[in-house]
Design a protein around this ligand. Structure first.
Ligand code: ZN
Length: 140
């Protein structure tokens, strides 16, 4: 998911953005697009306030203290720490048929380098730079 996709969310669909009244990242409904087809006005589900859409910046300024991005930040930190630990190691190219163990260092052709953080039947959870993704694994 990237910012361009978020900005082009269709009218009447939900979008997560900062509510200027609640001052929190909340679910909003898209009210209107601008001439470029980018989300322009949104309405907060929580307080009902309609306001201009402000794209959520990935790199939030240090002056704003918000609770919600903390989880993402810690995942990023964890990823960076794991990358440092594995700096001398070559990742294993990811494949659906591959079998992995907890902590396996893998290389996915779309998501890049990642670390296996969870295992279940024919599924692995992998921490990538963008966050955790679930992938198929051990398929026969
Ligand atoms: Zn609100």
């Amino acid at each position: 998911m990237n910012e361009i996709d978020i900005d082009r969310t269709p009218v009447a669909k939900d979008i997560i953005t900062i509510c200027s009244r609640c001052n929190l990242e909340l679910n909003h409904i898209v009210v209107r697009h601008n001439a470029k087809g980018i989300v322009d006005r949104v309405k907060c589900h929580t307080c009902g306030f309609e306001h201009k859409y402000k794209p959520v910046k990935k790199q939030t300024a240090t002056t704003t203290k918000r609770k919600s991005p903390v989880r993402k930040k810690s995942a990023e930190k964890e990823y960076e720490a794991l990358m440092e630990k594995h700096i001398d190691q070559a990742p294993v190219p990811y494949s659906m048929q591959g079998s992995y163990s907890d902590g396996s260092f893998i290389d996915h052709k779309t998501f890049g380098k990642g670390f296996v953080t969870g295992l279940s039947f024919e599924r692995i959870e992998v921490l990538f730079q963008d966050g955790v993704k679930t992938l198929a694994a051990g398929k026969k």
